[in-house]
Design a protein around this ligand. Sequence first.
Ligand SMILES: NC(=O)c1ccc[n+]([C@@H]2O[C@H](COP(=O)([O-])OP(=O)(O)OC[C@H]3O[C@@H](n4cnc5c(N)ncnc54)[C@H](O)[C@@H]3O)[C@@H](O)[C@H]2O)c1
Ligand SMILES: [Zn+2]
Length: 364
Amino acid sequence: MKKLLKYNSCNILISNNIFNELDYNFSILKNRRILIITNKLIASLYLSKLKKLFYSVTNYLEYIVIPDGEKYKTMTTVNNIILVLLKKNYDNNTIIISFGGGVISDISGFIASIYKRGIDVIHIPTTLLAQVDACIGNKNSINHKYGKNMIGTFYEPKSIIIGLNFLNTLSKKEIYSGLSEVIKYGIIMDKDFFFWVKRNIKNLISLKLKFLYRCIITCCKLKVNIINKNKIDNISRILLNLGHTFGHAIEKYTNYNYWSHGSAIAVGIIIATYVSLNLNIIKIKDAKLIRSLIIEAKLPILGPKNININDYINIIKYDKKNNMNNINLILPTSIGTAKIFYNVDKKIIIKSILDSKQDLLSKF
Ligand SMILES: NC(=O)c1ccc[n+]([C@@H]2O[C@H](COP(=O)([O-])OP(=O)(O)OC[C@H]3O[C@@H](n4cnc5c(N)ncnc54)[C@H](O)[C@@H]3O)[C@@H](O)[C@H]2O)c1
Ligand SMILES: [Zn+2]
């Protein structure tokens, strides 16, 4: 199985196994200096195979291996990598290969966008979450003590090479995490896809190739459609942030430890759904469907036990979607539709967080 998609000048290859893709058009790499950015875990699993693949087109191949974890998605890591690039005199014809999950693609994309005013980058995403979301869409960002993804740029990669083979070594926790963004697409823009995911959730969790393939292609197409319409964060693109206001708060509150991005987003989607219920803009039936699919994907519906209302409010006031201290939220309005709501009443937000803590929907 192999599929090629395209947006602007970026190609997306979706393949069963990228190590069998020697015939793929790697000519862009020919005789260029290549720098692979990856982390320790992915390097131990796949770096030698990737090097072998690229040595067929260039001899100028080097790599940087950083520690694993969201807590390293920082300016310090970016600075350390840039220092190596400058010390080793990488020129502006260098091409960065980001090889890993969303943390690696965000760091690598950001560096590519600022190093010598921009150098080429190719993403090879190795998590489900990065394959369906983080690598697509030209956004990259790093965290700051004031909040998650606070610093970043828009920057188009030259190509994105997706290999389903990488998912075989991914922990189940990370598969569930990726499913959180998959479910998000269904909720915000594609009712049929939502129900397809619901029918096939077990096949997706057990990595049945045919289902994974369809799932990844659909998500890539949905995101590409949005990007083609909205180059930067305006209306329909901003819907992709469903669940992210509260989810980011959970990630920050827990110091980017323990909670995968997708798990935090799942709880964020649940809280957003309670806000919709409290604003009377979603039917209970649809809210229950969202909750049940999140549970079926083995994702959490409750946030960390000790996070309280003030913690949430103190963190979400820094959210990027806010303006003039007004809290703006993406809220689901049915299965397949969501909207941005401006200046949402704080009392409603507080009530919704409390409702979610009590799992009120389970009582209807
Ligand atoms: N830029 C965007 O548009 C965008 C969109 C969504 C998410 N993100 C960002 O993506 C990040 C989350 O990405 P993620 O979920 O991929 O997390 P991640 O990059 O931390 O990867 C999760 C874990 O899986 C491991 N791993 C990766 N590939 C593996 C493989 N093939 N086999 C075994 N283990 C593997 C990693 O080492 C890590 O421990 C967050 O920082 C989030 O903000 C960005
Ligand atoms: Zn996300």
